[in-house]
Write a protein of this length. Structure first.
Length: 393
């Protein structure tokens, strides 16, 4: 059975209800005449024990809103009650006050209570032995332990458990935040990677299409053979671009409901540079290729990045150059070095670009801990990328 909301943990209603139950229990014990307990003044009227009992219940009601005030009121009430002879109800309720002070009070409060109750227990045992002149007087210290030290130790244990649970919750929340941050960073990184791939797949082929379409529209008097050649290049670039785009989209799709697996993307490789060069030559760029060293197997990431860097560099040479370019692929023991050089048009005429190609090439090299540079060099534009492949490939 669920408690009503106003009696939930940490609510004011629960404190008031606990204070009311304590008062009712104390009144029952007062009615039964269980006072005084110590009997220093047997003739004390029973009605005088009611104010300390009422004050003790008020202390219980203050346990959450004012733990220090609760302890002060409860301690004053129990001192007065013991001075009158001691009532069982007030003493039992005071154990609740001590427990609440340790659980809900500041750390300094329960440390002080622990020292005070231990000291009072020792003092009570010594005083009991001295007054009775017998070892049975230790029972006074035992009573102090039961009434004072035991509730304090119980409250400290519960507090430590609560603090540990709160720390675990905070740690779990922090871990969840870190996981969410890692997820967002992974999504951002994947978006950046897909943006690079989309740019390299689409922009390079569309650049060839745009160049030949511009030539057909701007050069008058082209014969049918020249027009067909330009249209053939446009068609080949479009088909190749669509094929690569289709492969890329297949990777992004979820598996079908029939249980078929997602087709894997056939990554472009540096070994396919010859086909790339042939397409660029057909688009109108005279490319001279030179290979240094013996070609060998490359890591997948390096292979794809090298191909895309060569593709983007040749496309830029086609858009902004004078119609020729030099490509050098150097295979070294620990890296592969790609160099593309081409003259730049002095009039600056060419297809407009946003500079995303250079940014993408630099990002690819940086992700592989490689080196990348692009800029004027001996009167020509040079793109140079060194991608590490590890020792002893």
């Amino acid at each position: 059975m669920r408690l009503p909301p106003w009696l939930g943990s940490g609510t004011r209603g629960r404190d008031l209800a606990l204070a009311g139950v304590s008062l009712a229990g104390g009144l029952v014990l007062w009615t039964l005449g269980w006072q005084p307990q110590i009997r220093p003044h047997p003739d004390v009227p029973a009605v005088l024990f009611l104010p300390p009992l009422l004050a003790m219940c008020v202390a219980v009601g203050l346990r959450l809103v004012a733990p220090r005030a609760s302890l002060a009121v409860g301690t004053a009430a129990v001192v007065v009650d013991i001075a009158l002879g001691g009532s069982l109800g007030a003493i039992l309720i005071y154990t609740q006050v001590l427990y609440d002070a340790c659980v809900y009070g500041p750390p300094r409060l329960w440390r002080w209570l622990l020292r005070a109750t231990i000291g009072l227990s020792v003092v009570g045992a010594v005083v009991g032995v001295v007054l009775t002149d017998r070892w049975s007087g230790v029972a006074v210290g035992v009573l102090v332990v039961l009434v004072g030290l035991l509730p304090v130790l119980t409250g400290i244990s519960v507090r430590q458990y609560r603090d540990q649970a709160a720390a675990e919750r905070a740690r779990a929340e922090q871990t969840a935040r870190l996981v969410e941050l890692d997820r967002r960073q992974a999504v951002s990184a994947e978006r950046a990677r897909m943006a690079r791939e989309l740019h390299d797949v689409v922009a390079n082929h569309l650049s060839a299409v745009a160049i030949h379409a511009t030539a057909v529209l701007s050069v008058p008097g082209l014969d049918r053979g020249q027009v067909e050649s330009a249209l053939r290049v446009i068609r080949e670039s479009s088909v190749q671009g669509l094929a690569e785009m289709r492969q890329l989209i297949e990777v992004l799709r979820e598996p079908g409901g029939d249980g078929t697996a997602v087709p894997e993307l056939v990554s472009a490789r540096l070994a396919e540079t010859d086909e790339l060069v042939e397409r660029v030559r057909a688009a109108g760029l005279a490319v001279r290729v030179r290979t240094d060293g013996a070609p060998g197997p490359l890591p997948v990431g390096v292979d794809l990045a090298a191909y895309r860097i060569v593709q983007e560099s040749l496309t830029n040479a086609l858009k902004h150059g004078t119609g020729e370019a030099d490509l050098t692929i150097a295979y070294r023991p620990a890296e592969v070095v790609l160099t593309v050089e081409n003259p730049v048009r002095r009039d600056g005429v060419g297809l407009a670009g946003a500079g995303a190609g250079l940014i993408g090439m630099r990002e690819r090299a940086t992700l592989l801990a490689g080196r990348f540079s692009a800029g004027p060099h001996d009167g020509r534009w040079q793109v140079r990328a060194a991608l590490p492949i590890g020792e002893g490939r």
